[in-house]
Ligand binder design. Structure first.
Ligand code: CDP
Length: 259
């Protein structure tokens, strides 16, 4: 059965509170973000967070099929989260699982508040998320990637959505759990925020924490989200700097050819 936390048999922390991968309790896994990775999509992004690797592709706003799902006053945001059969240790069945259906819904709800859906009545905005390699925290990494893929597609946004989990391992609160920590830890708290307005768009909890631990984990997760937000902004700004450089180079070439 998925999503069951069994008390740890594995020691997840050293005496110095270092984790199995050498991280401190408040440290994120190494993150790599890219945008515009798929030429056929209207917008796309790729994220590596530790060993998790995820692609997000955005199509739209476009005509919605079947038409009866169309909403007269706003666009329908539809996110589909899928794991590749080879993305986890034990081969995943290609048939969509209940977990994937749930995560698709949760991710849609985490992103929707950031999108100006009212600008595109009757249309559809489709986000396809493919987990290529899973190593914990994939719902949060998916939200982070999908959010910059939406921006890459030029879809008007109120803000980006940044996501990150915190959890409890060996009785301590830790940021951004990996798969082994998630499976052997005591609890996991995925959080997504729209940082500019300080709005929380995702808050889930798996396992057990005291009220105090919950507050500590939530605050740590928000700090993680804020760091991720800076990385999201950076990669989007860099994209436009690159475009600007290309345009100036083309202009210079045209001028020198004209001379
Ligand atoms: O990925 P996330 O933490 O958002 O979701 P989860 O349901 O808590 O799953 C935690 C981790 O379990 C995933 O990231 C995968 O590494 C792993 N998993 C797996 O090994 N096999 C599955 N069928 C589903 C998840």
């Amino acid at each position: 059965m998925e999503d069951i936390h069994i008390s740890s048999q594995i020691k997840l922390l050293t005496e110095e509170n270092l984790r199995l991968d050498g991280r401190k309790l408040d440290e994120l896994r190494p993150i790599k973000l890219e945008v515009g990775v798929l030429s056929r999509a209207d917008g796309s992004a790729y994220i590596e967070q530790g060993k998790s690797k995820i692609l997000a592709a955005v199509y739209g706003p476009r005509e919605l099929h079947p038409r009866h799902l169309a909403q007269p006053d706003e666009a329908l945001l539809q996110c589909v989260y899928r794991m590749a059969t080879f993305s986890v240790e034990e081969r995943k069945s290609p048939a969509p699982s209940r977990r994937e259906t749930e995560l698709s819904k949760v991710i849609t709800e985490a992103l929707a508040p950031a999108v100006f859906l009212k600008y595109f009545p009757r249309a559809s905005i489709d986000v396809y998320i493919q987990v290529i390699q899973a190593d914990g925290g994939t719902r949060c990494s998916s939200i982070t990637a999908a959010s910059i893929a939406l921006a890459d597609a030029g879809i008007p946004l109120r803000d980006l959505v940044a996501a990150c989990a915190a959890g409890k391992i060996d009785e301590k609160i830790a940021l951004d759990l990996s798969d082994v920590e998630d499976k052997n830890g005591q609890s996991d708290l995925p959080v997504a925020i729209m940082p500019r307005k300080n709005l929380t768009t995702l808050l889930q909890m798996d396992g057990v924490m005291t009220k105090e631990e919950f507050s500590e984990a939530y605050e740590l997760a928000v700090k993680g989200c804020q760091k991720i937000y800076e990385m999201q902004r950076e990669v989007l700004i860099q994209k436009y700097i690159n475009i600007q450089d290309e345009v100036s180079e083309e202009e210079e070439n045209e001028q020198s050819n004209g001379d």
